[in-house]
Design a protein around this ligand. Sequence first.
Ligand code: AMP
Ligand code: GLY
Length: 420
Amino acid sequence: MKILVIGSGGREHALCWKFEQSKHTTDLYCAPGNAGIAEVATCVKGNLNDVEGLAELAEKIGADLTFVGPEAPLVAGIAEAFAAKNLRIVAPSKTAAQLEGSKIFAKEFLARHRIPTAQFAACDSRDAARQARHSGFQFPVVVKADGLAAGKGVRIVQDQQEFDEALHALMGERVFGEAGARIVLEECLFGREASLMIFTDGSAYQIIAPAQDYKRAYDHDEGLNTGGMGSFSIDGLIDEALLERCKREIIEPTLQGLNEEGYPFCGVLYIGLMFTEAGPKVIEYNARFGDPETQAILVRLESDLVEICEAIVEKRLAAFDVKWSAEASVCVVAASGGYPGEFEKGKEIHGIEEASQVEGVTIFHAGTTFNEDAQVITNGGRVLGVTARARTRQEARSRAYEALGKIQFERMHYRRDIAD
Ligand code: AMP
Ligand code: GLY
């Protein structure tokens, strides 16, 4: 089978790495890919916002199956563009992808189906936001851009001054563009977070090994929110009783609600959870695999990913038994200095080869490319996801950090407390 992966990050490198191992894969393509993906797949040009162009590309290369990594093409309607050409794709419809594309859509959906989540107010001006805050929320309060902001559109503000600054940045300066035209205020929840993802064909679902993401830029959860600075996945991250509760109170009502409203979800649904004293609550939905959770998750996946994808598109996931390794995994992201703010690109990266020799370690590239001398250079905020598997979390963690110690590029930055 010819497989096409859409995207260019660490998640897509992990997807390509896993697809490449399938006995069903004869040809693997990635649009647009990165320097690491180029080692396992044929990288082809592709614009993530041009879903018609991506469908034409899939048709041209004769892709039997396409898998979408990032949110932009999902929200732009890639499922519909592929369906129009009778091409097989693992992707939710444009409407179902609104669970990620609009925080207001997601919050209103959660409220309609009485799925536990933080109290919220949707606001379309700074005045409305100030009024809503004054009448309904105490500090700290969470301020979120309604639209897509690469995981960076969320501020937890402690007082009026920070609140005004957040409103100014999101709605005044529009640092995330039109994503900040409307905002959501949320009650601030407290508790442990986990990312729970499922494979779903619209009715049946299979739980994906849970992972924990580290969103803040610096150790001890300091600094701004990023797309994710590291992750780990272990058995028992969410214990059986809690998982049952998540299924009953969150996953099943979500799938049922989507069905009732006429847009069943097909693909990978990501549910960001907070385990509060009052039980598990939904923080966000994503319509796709998380990044960097996927890097930690896929090294634990023992089933064939092509077979899982076929079961999703053919709606026979109920009978599919997804198998996971009992081992633990840890992914530590090496980022460009300055990320998630401004950073420079084009720095030569050294030591990848040596690092990948460390037992149990796989290096997934994110923002990398080649310079004119075919050397691997940095090309984004998150550069590499150094991922290790081992019997225990501690062992996986020490393998990942041992490998990271062999990698250098100018102003490389990484958290030292991932999976601690
Ligand atoms: P989101 O993009 O909605 O997942 O938010 C990014 C991060 O902000 C989450 O992973 C949480 O750490 C934090 N966050 C979002 N919403 C809340 C909330 N209501 N209460 C506390 N923390 C939150
Ligand atoms: N790591 C969080 C996300 O992918 O949205």
